[in-house]
Design a binder for this molecule. Structure first.
Ligand code: ARG
Length: 474
């Protein structure tokens, strides 16, 4: 049902059939429109039906409804699920949300016995339960997607354990590094993201069902039973908190925002690296676009959109934080606005991860260009200083000074450091010997940095092996 159909329908009709007992007239068109969450919370239909089935089974087991009624409700819910699977969820604004939409259809299918399902519960504990289940699934899906990107990074890092890349600070050539090392830096960030999501999942996994509207219920329910049926670790401990807590959604969004920032940094590198002045990579054709006016162009749109989406994902986290700020206990309708930012962030992040995984897996690294670029900017100056400390016993500060003079001289001649004749180096400091040249090559420079977590190829290979084990890459 489209939006204008919904708005035109029954401006002031009879009172609402689900809760309208005390109302003389129905809601205005505007009231119905502002109240309706079905356009977005229909995405919760699977979770809503699962939670209702668990609730009905529990009501039956506890003798709160008859075993026959519980069975009829369970079968009816299965039919509703089958219909939604085949034809989608109908959108009728007068039914407001997914909870009433499901219950209404159930009543059409099985008759008045459907009305027993809402015993000992409220939409407040229902939505809190459904949404937790949805976010839990979202976390599990993201964990898989993040592991996929980690695998792509680790595979490429293994291929490029020895490939030379200029390492930057301030985006100025600093010291040469290996490409494998650089890629593994992102593997670390994603490992932290996964642990943040896993952590959020632990806190999320308590079941609010049975908290009812806000105060709990007088019916002899078994909360442990519904919690278990829905895969929760147990019931929540305080009904007021349970119906008004959205920390689990915020935990999710904050972890998503952090993850999006990581992807954005990597995306930025891909944009830079694929530009002509860098020329470090060629992005796969399948994940780039052309220009309608400049035939030569190949644009890194997917990387730019990953970078751009991070802004929207951070915005989603901020939106829900601001929505929740200052809400008194317990449930307030403001909370209905919790879902769109979570759905949006999840969609954007999932897509970003898929695009990034494709780009990393299939990018062509132009190792001749990265090697050349690493020659620029006197990137092995630190190696000269380190050599003076190690071999000639200078204090590092003095070695730094001597090296500065050597860089100045090389710059004035327009040559790399290792092309300065020994006599010229000795004129700067006579303690410099022939052996220095071995330390000044780019390969020697990276090989020397074999401290734990350093850029040396041998070290990168160790970290790749560890990561492959953790990611079960065989
Ligand atoms: N659609 C509502 C939401 O998403 C469900 C809870 C409504 N509760 C209520 N008392 N009106 O928050």
């Amino acid at each position: 049902m489209n939006t204008s159909d919904n708005r035109d329908k029954g401006t002031v009709g009879g009172s609402n059939q689900m809760w309208g007992g005390r109302f003389a007239a129905g809601p205005s068109a505007v009231m119905r429109e502002i109240n309706a969450s079905i356009p977005f919370d229909k995405h919760l239909w699977r979770q809503d039906i699962a939670a209702s089935k668990a609730h009905a089974a529990m009501l039956g087991a506890c003798g709160i409804v008859s075993a026959d009624d519980a069975l009829a409700i369970g079968h009816g819910l299965d039919k509703v699920a089958a219909e939604y699977e085949d034809h989608g969820v109908p959108e009728d604004w007068s039914l407001e949300d997914i909870h009433m939409t499901v219950e209404h259809r159930l009543a059409e299918l099985i008759g008045p016995v459907a009305g027993r399902l809402h015993t000992a519960r409220s939409r407040n504990d229902q939505v809190a339960t459904d949404f937790r289940l949805w976010v839990r699934d979202a976390i599990d899906a993201l964990d898989q997607a993040l592991a996929g990107l980690q695998r792509a990074l680790v595979t490429r890092a293994g291929e490029h354990a020895e490939t030379i890349l200029p390492g930057f600070t301030h985006l100025q050539a600093a010291q040469p590094v290996t490409l494998g090392h650089h890629l593994l830096a992102y593997h670390e960030m994603l490992a932290r993201d996964r642990s943040r999501f896993a952590d959020a999942r632990v806190r999320l996994n308590r079941c609010p069902l049975g908290s009812a509207a806000l105060a709990g219920t007088g019916f002899p329910i078994d909360r442990a039973m519904t919690a278990q049926a829905l895969g929760f670790d147990g019931p929540t401990a305080n009904s007021l908190d349970a119906v008004s807590d959205r920390d689990f959604a915020l935990d999710y969004l904050q972890a998503a925002a952090q993850c999006a920032l990581h992807l954005s940094r990597l995306a930025e590198e891909l944009v830079l690296w694929s530009s002509q002045p860098f020329g470090f990579i060629r992005l796969p054709d399948a994940l780039a676009t052309g220009s309608s006016i400049m035939p030569q162009k190949k644009n890194p749109d997917a990387a730019e959109l990953v970078r751009g989406h991070s802004g929207r994902i951070v915005g989603c986290a901020v939106a829900l934080m601001v929505t929740m700020k200052g809400l008194p206990l317990a449930y307030s309708k403001d909370m209905q606005d919790d879902k769109p930012p979570v759905f949006e962030a999840h969609g954007l992040l999932s897509l970003s991860l898929a695009a990034m995984t494709g780009m990393i897996a299939d990018a062509e690294f132009r190792t001749d260009r990265t090697r050349q670029a690493a020659e620029l900017g006197y990137a092995t100056a630190t190696d000269l200083a380190d050599w003076l400390v190690r071999e000639a016993g200078l204090p590092f500060r003095e070695a730094h000074h001597v090296t500065g003079a050597a860089v100045k001289l090389a710059e004035s001649r327009g040559v790399p450091l290792d092309r300065l004749p020994l006599t010229d180096l000795q004129a700067i400091d006579q303690r410099i010997g022939e052996g220095v040249f071995a330390a000044l090559s780019i390969e020697a420079s990276v090989a020397a940095r074999a401290s734990h977590g350093g850029t040396a190829p041998a070290e990168v290979r160790k970290r790749v092996a560890e990561a492959r084990g953790l990611l079960e890459m065989g």
